[in-house]
Write a protein that binds this ligand. Structure first.
Ligand code: ADP
Ligand code: MG
Length: 327
């Protein structure tokens, strides 16, 4: 270090205190928690130019909000609400982007023989986990046949039609992962090389944490302040689906927000499933899918997915790893 002459040193400290220094481009971690899509989200990234930070944070928040406007079941103006209102009567034209996500959902439904099925909402909308509301046995019997991804007809020119009256869809099992993935793409396009974006149980890492891996925790499914594992990850996606985020218990039965499309009720063999892989849209949808399939069939499905791995926690508190992780 060069020694600063004594008579200049005071000036130098003054300059440090003056607030002038931030006008120079500085490299720094940028961190911002925010609320979106009914959940807590968080973005963190490294930029060599500090002034880029707030702009990129806003861009990520706006991207989440844009996707929420398209896909929220709570907004009457969303494309999702439009479909749920009109698609049983007539073909409805939606955006290319929304159509493509419906295609991805359809592909997962086919892959899982209907364990992942966005028309779960035909029954799902009759549950209110906060208010401890569930459909009556009669309603469940009447509505169950409305759950079938084959009722969702993806037609030419981004048109969609539902084959039956009463069919409803919801993208809660895939939309957050999609928004996380899009946000990371946006940061990467802006030249960012080290980033983390997370929303609810869906997380995507871009690059590493400058010389070391990111650490992503898997929550304990019954002790909200505990974790069961911490995974060192670089440049990958990780999603967890659990029976502990939105649920109520009645007569000893846990009613939670993942539904088995065959029964219209919550599967009970697992407490949580974590999926790792390259793409957050897919890890999100796959974690929900494996949760529905259960340990045996879920494990069989994930073993067939190149580049994707899973960690299951059974209702007996046992951990199971797919073969790529077990190694
Ligand atoms: P979280 O929303 O907590 O991240 P998940 O990724 O597991 O959890 O998604 C659960 C959401 O997926 C539910 O809240 C619901 O919107 C939707 N969902 C529930 N069951 C199914 C299913 N069988 N197929 C597709 N989506 C589902
Ligand atoms: Mg999911």
């Amino acid at each position: 270090m060069r020694v600063i002459p004594t008579h200049l040193r005071a000036l130098f400290y003054l300059w440090l205190l003056s607030g002038l220094w931030p006008t120079f481009a500085e490299a720094e971690w940028q961190r911002q928690p925010f609320q979106t899509m009914g959940t807590q989200a968080y973005v963190e990234f490294w930029t060599d130019d500090n002034s880029q930070g707030p702009l990129l944070i806003s861009a990520v928040q706006n991207e989440f909000e844009r996707i929420n406007q398209l896909m929220s079941p709570y907004l009457e103006s969303s494309e999702l609400s439009l479909l749920n209102r009109d698609a049983s009567q007539q073909a409805v034209t939606i955006s290319e982007e929304f159509y493509q996500l419906l295609q991805q959902a359809e592909q997962l439904a086919e892959l899982s023989a209907g364990a992942f099925d966005i028309s779960f909402a035909s029954v799902g909308f009759s549950y209110d986990y906060r208010q401890h509301v569930k459909p009556s046995i009669e309603d469940l019997a009447a509505q169950r046949s409305l759950i079938n991804y084959q009722h969702i007809q993806l037609l030419a020119n981004n048109q969609v039609r539902f084959a039956k009256a009463g069919v409803k869809i919801d993208l809660g099992g895939i939309a957050k992962g999609y928004a996380v993935e899009r946000s990371i793409a946006l940061l990467a396009q802006a030249g960012i090389q080290h980033a983390l974006v997370t929303a609810g149980g869906d997380t995507r890492l871009l690059g590493d944490k400058r010389g070391r891996p990111w650490l992503v925790a898997i929550k304990h499914p019954r002790k909200s302040d505990d974790i069961v594992a911490q995974l060192p990850l670089i440049n990958s996606a990780i999603s967890t689906s659990g029976d502990y985020e939105r649920f109520f218990i009645e007569d000893g039965v846990r009613y939670h927000h993942i539904l088995d499309p065959k029964s219209g009720t919550s599967p009970s063999g697992l407490m949580s499933v974590t999926v790792l892989g390259p793409d957050t849209t897919r890890t999100d949808a796959l974690s929900t899918t494996l949760f529905v399939l259960g340990l045996e069939r879920g494990m069989a499905l994930i073993e067939q997915q190149a580049d994707y791995e899973a960690i299951f926690i059974s209702s007996e508190h046992q951990l199971y790893f797919s073969s790529g992780l077990a190694r």
